[in-house]
Design a protein around this ligand. Structure first.
Ligand code: NAG
Ligand code: NAG
Ligand code: NAG
Ligand code: NAG
Ligand code: NAG
Ligand code: NAG
Ligand code: NAG
Ligand code: NAG
Length: 451
């Protein structure tokens, strides 16, 4: 009895030492089966060797243990996905990733407690499921012998962490009722969900918001058929194809890299910045390809309602023709957030429109959208509705189509100097509509004199 206990504890120490001494070994498989779990000292490698999945401890020895996915060939480990971000395994515990009796992927500790699991809830499924790491970075759960290997019962791509990879979807799935979004790590060593989120909003024009908790940091501008109206870089699609996909069940933003061998990722960084990195193989570095907010005008509501932000102007905030700063003193002190008020009143009978080019469209969450109407019909609808403040095309590709009508105060507009943005027609009294021609010459934005 005593001998058995001793040998038992020797075995324990033996394993513990093995655990410490033996480095992680990559087994050349991409799949976990019911008979082949993944131990803490093993990793999965996707078929083409692009991604690797395994255990990691971002906080070093003192922190928790997580299951994550990273690029196999990039030495400075770049974690793109974490399974159990909010449920770490304690450092002194040994983890396994296995297929449980319910057919789900389970992360268990050495006492077989399930710490985390994939959430396929289809009760009729459990038999013979396998988990596979794909070259896209997606960890998928599927039936082992499914004729359609893309018939996923669950996929990691539906549960992004802080990174959007090519092919991942940011947005709504009405079947699951989930709005997939990315959210920052809490700190560089703590992958649990932080305060910074990047989410698609499908009220009005589809557009995405970067928030810190509930506060909007910056917004993308509405999707205009080519890109988000506030992300000028999207108009050029040399390297990356961006798309907004609308089907019966889904509305989502996604991107693909033209050259599949190139790596790119969109990250909601805990630094409160949304960043796109691309890998430069020659120098073996991640290059920050794009980020937001990039300038003062990217700050949400920088110039308040009816204010227009233009980084080429000083101060950057201006009021539309017919409007005056609401808080003159703050405005003079370069705080435009109070916005502008209508100086010349609308009469709803004779009003006209100010044509503004290269505009990041105002926030549209309460606006009316019709994808089939023409611009003329759109204008007519605006003219007929006294609460209409502005209108615009819904989709600017192929000469433009569809209609967006704003009936609320116009918020968070900016104007680009050259390319970027789109035409916006703002309702003004007839006298100011006439200002179109002079404003065309002198700039549509009336900036306020410094005192
Ligand atoms: C990996 O760890 C398990 C126990 O956690 C052990 O049984 C196995 O021998 C180890 N394999 C290697 C290759 O170190
Ligand atoms: C965590 O585990 C490592 C070895 O795996 C050990 O050296 C370290 O002391 C542990 N830390 C804590 C806080 O338990
Ligand atoms: C790990 O550490 C925690 C707290 O320090 C302790 O409660 C737990 O029993 C330990 N588990 C093992 C397997 O040693
Ligand atoms: C559950 O799986 C069955 C068999 O594949 C399928 O027909 C059914 O649609 C699934 N149900 C849900 C809610 O996904
Ligand atoms: C915008 O218009 C183009 C060309 O007509 C069309 O291919 C595209 O699907 C439209 N996009 C949206 C979001 O409606
Ligand atoms: C794709 O990128 C790789 C690596 O940078 C390069 O060698 C290759 O020529 C590119 N292919 C195309 C079609 O541009
Ligand atoms: C977040 O930003 C910091 C500072 O620029 C950078 O070092 C880090 O790599 C970024 N995080 C990710 C996940 O890219
Ligand atoms: C004007 O537009 C608002 C918002 O779309 C709508 O609630 C209201 O019914 C419209 N009024 C008329 C007269 O069409």
């Amino acid at each position: 009895m005593r001998a058995a206990m001793e040998s038992g504890s020797r075995l324990f120490w033996y394993f513990l030492i093995l655990q410490i001494l033996i480095p992680t070994t990559a087994i050349a498989v991409d799949t976990i089966t019911p008979t082949q779990p993944l131990t803490q000292n093993q990793t999965l490698v996707s078929a083409g060797g692009v991604f690797q999945l395994g255990f990691f401890s971002p906080g070093g020895n003192s922190g928790g243990l997580y299951v994550g996915i990273w690029y196999k060939e990039i030495q400075d480990r770049t974690i793109v996905w974490v399974a159990n971000r909010d449920k770490p395994l304690r450092n002194n515990s040994t983890g396994f990733l296995k297929i449980g009796e319910d057919g789900n992927i389970h992360l268990v500790d050495q006492t077989e407690n399930s710490i985390w699991s994939s959430s396929n809830s289809n009760q009729s499924v459990p038999e013979n499921t396998v988990a596979q790491l794909l070259d896209s970075g997606n960890l998928v759960l599927r039936r082992e012998n499914d004729e359609n290997p893309e018939n996923y019962l669950w996929q990691g791509f539906d549960y992004p962490t802080d990174t959007l990879l090519p092919g991942m979807k940011l947005g709504w799935d009405s079947k699951t009722g989930r709005n997939r979004y990315i959210s920052s790590w809490k700190t560089p060593t703590d992958p649990s969900e932080g305060d910074i989120t990047f989410k698609l909003d499908i009220n009005g024009l589809p557009e995405a918001f970067l928030r810190k908790k509930d506060n909007i940091i910056t917004r993308s501008g509405g999707w205009n058929g080519i890109g988000f109206s506030g992300v000028t870089e999207m108009q050029t699609k040399e390297v990356i194809d961006f798309s907004l996909v609308m089907t019966k069940h889904e509305v989502y933003y996604t991107f693909e890299i033209r050259n599949k061998t190139l790596l790119s990722r969109l990250v909601a960084n805990y630094t409160e910045i949304l960043e796109r990195y691309t890998w430069v193989p020659e120098n073996r570095i991640w290059n920050r390809f794009w980020y937001a907010p990039k300038d003062q005008c990217d700050n949400y509501g920088e110039c308040g309602t009816y204010g227009i932000c233009d980084t080429d102007k000083s101060p950057v905030c201006g009021c539309l023709v017919g409007f005056e700063p609401r808080k003159q003193q703050a405005w003079s002190l370069r705080d435009g957030s109070g916005g502008c008020f209508r100086h010349d009143q609308l009469d709803c009978e004779t009003d006209g429109f100010l044509t503004m080019n290269n505009m990041k469209l105002p926030e549209s969450s309460t606006s009316f959208v019709d994808v089939t109407m023409s611009l003329d019909e759109c204008k007519e609808m605006c003219v007929r509705n006294c609460s209409c403040t502005a209108y615009s095309n819904y989709n600017i590709s192929n000469g433009g189509s569809g209609c967006v009508i704003w009936t609320a105060e116009l918020l968070d507009m900016r104007q680009y100097t050259a390319e970027g943005g789109q035409l916006l027609y703002i309702r003004v009294p007839a006298s100011d509509a006439g200002a179109f021609f002079s404003s065309f010459l002198f700039g549509t934005v009336k900036t306020i004199q410094k005192t």
